[in-house]
Design a protein around this ligand. Structure first.
Ligand SMILES: Cc1cc2nc3c(=O)[nH]c(=O)nc-3n(C[C@H](O)[C@H](O)[C@H](O)COP(=O)(O)OP(=O)(O)OC[C@H]3O[C@@H](n4cnc5c(N)ncnc54)[C@H](O)[C@@H]3O)c2cc1C
Length: 459
């Protein structure tokens, strides 16, 4: 029997957080070989070595189904496997005599594993997730930026001009496909109970582009003001799409540049925070475990399981906090302004370790991200790079009055309070039946938090 020609040997396109066909550099490189391409997704852990949260898996399930349909429309399909990629990939690559292609990830456990695989198989890796990769932005002395503003200024200087590639029209298929798990066997959707019935968003590449188009059409111009208002739809809702790579930041940048206008820079700066957080992830490793500022290791957090549970369930008695936590539980999403309010409340009013809140978000957010989630929690606690100072303690009532001025956001998520007028709806302790009084007094909590911070610094 003659051995197969090199051009007949397949390449494996290992898809991870780049679940799209357009502007996917690893896919483009794989197709450019002219060899059969085997798109493969392996269900394992996030790039920081953590198991995925339940809401993430809800999104992933739909995203993979959508990707498979898109691949099939181009003569290809998605192969699914579950387990440790460090075991699965070498075996498959050897069996098929295939070369490996992927887009890079930045969590340390993935970086280590991928480097080993690359050394063994001479894999081709590309940048499919960031405008600028961590090693490409350096300070004048060759160090890494710890502050966002100089980082973003420097980053913008090195971001290359955006040439966005279309999806390939056809993807060459092998004569024979390797085995694939049926996606239904993975049971990524909740049942008994199905807590996802009111989850929001349309996972998949088409959903990502629809969200971007709608945002540019209806909300971009007002973004600098609208982005802070949880009572209106003023933001892009691109976070989960970006997290799974159903759309890439280069595509978004190209569309925003084309749209132009005074709000474009503000929106790009938010994508800049995403870049910054990935740089922190790459530098600091498991952001969800360790304070970036190590003096916070001495912080005396309170052990308060009841307080934590009340926070998770939206029963703190502070309407803005509870509305946010209920939005999260019901839809898998929470508005950014409210994320900041609920994080500050857990950390400063309840003095509960930010890692508890991060873990809850990790499990319940559809956009839970190994860079953005812990970096934002560390920003809120003061333990992060370029973080809000600990002594800046949000007043949840004042935040509500300012950013939900008509009380519509609270009314939507806390029907018990819907009858209250805008003037008082954000006040705790109104004796409304079915809604709890405040679990902690604001003035006392503020003093207690400041004292705890002082004690940490004095140690
Ligand atoms: C405590 C806390 C936890 C958070 N956890 C996550 C998370 O797990 N995953 C996540 O993607 N974002 C997280 N964020 C950031 C932010 O809240 C969300 O990205 C945003 O609300 C998503 O909505 P959007 O896509 O409509 O945002 P838009 O306002 O339309 O912003 C566009 C994009 O910019 C990026 N972005 C915006 N704000 C931030 C930010 N502060 N940090 C990093 N990137 C940002 C996101 O990719 C977002 O999709 C968190 C914020 C806080 C305060």
């Amino acid at each position: 029997m003659s051995s197969p020609r090199l051009s007949d040997l397949p390449v494996i396109l290992w898809l991870r957080q780049d679940l799209r066909l357009a502007d996917n550099p690893a896919l483009a490189a794989a197709v450019a070989t002219g060899r059969p391409v085997i798109p493969l997704f392996i269900l394992h852990q996030a790039s920081d070595g953590r198991d995925w949260g339940a809401a993430s898996l809800w999104w992933l399930d739909k995203s993979l189904r959508s990707l498979d349909a898109d691949l099939r429309s181009r003569g290809s399909r998605l192969i699914l496997r579950r387990g440790d990629p460090a075991m699965i990939l070498p075996a498959l690559a050897q069996e098929l005599r295939a070369q490996l292609f992927w887009n890079r990830l930045y969590g340390q456990s993935a970086v280590g594993r991928d480097s080993d695989l690359k050394a063994e198989f001479g894999a081709i890796s590309c940048n499919g997730s960031l405008l600028v990769e961590p090693w490409a932005v350096k300070t004048g002395t060759g160090g890494t930026y710890q502050m966002f503003t100089p980082f973003w200024k420097a980053a913008q200087g090195v971001i290359e001009d955006t040439v966005v590639h279309r999806a390939p029209e056809q993807i060459p298929a092998p004569d024979q496909w390797p085995d694939s798990d049926p996606i239904d066997d993975w049971t990524l959707q909740p049942s008994k109970p199905d807590w996802s019935k009111d989850f929001e968003g349309t996972p998949g590449e088409a959903g990502a582009h629809a969200a971007l188009t709608q945002f540019i059409r209806a909300h971009l111009d007002d973004y600098p003001r609208g982005r802070d208002r949880p009572d209106i739809a003023g933001t892009s809702r691109l976070s989960a799409h970006l997290h799974w790579g159903e759309i890439g930041p280069r595509q978004i940048r190209a569309a925003i540049e084309k749209a132009g206008g005074p709000a474009a820079a503000k929106f790009m700066a938010e994508l800049g925070w995403r870049e910054f957080n990935h740089h922190l992830l790459y530098q600091h490793g498991a952001l969800y475990e360790r304070n970036i500022r190590r003096d916070f290791d001495r912080f005396q957090w309170r052990h308060d399981p009841e307080g934590l549970q009340a926070w998770k369930e939206g029963r703190t008695g502070y309407p803005m906090v509870d509305a946010g936590m209920r939005q999260l539980w019901t839809t898998g999403f929470m508005h950014n302004r409210v994320r900041m309010v609920v994080a500050s409340f857990l950390i400063k009013h309840l003095l509960i370790d930010w890692r508890e809140g991060e873990a809850w978000f990790w499990d319940t957010l559809v956009d839970a991200d190994e860079a953005n989630n812990p970096a934002n929690w560390q920003w809120s606690s003061g333990s992060g790079a370029d973080a809000a100072p600990f002594f800046r303690i949000f007043n949840p009532v004042a935040q509500g009055e300012r950013f939900d001025p008509h009380g519509e956001y609270v009314r939507r998520w806390i029907p018990e309070l819907a009858h209250l007028p805008a003037k008082t709806i954000h006040q705790p302790g109104q004796g409304v039946e079915g809604y709890p009084g405040p679990i902690v007094d604001h003035a006392m909590a503020r003093q207690r938090a400041l004292a705890a911070f002082k004690a940490m610094r004095a140690d």
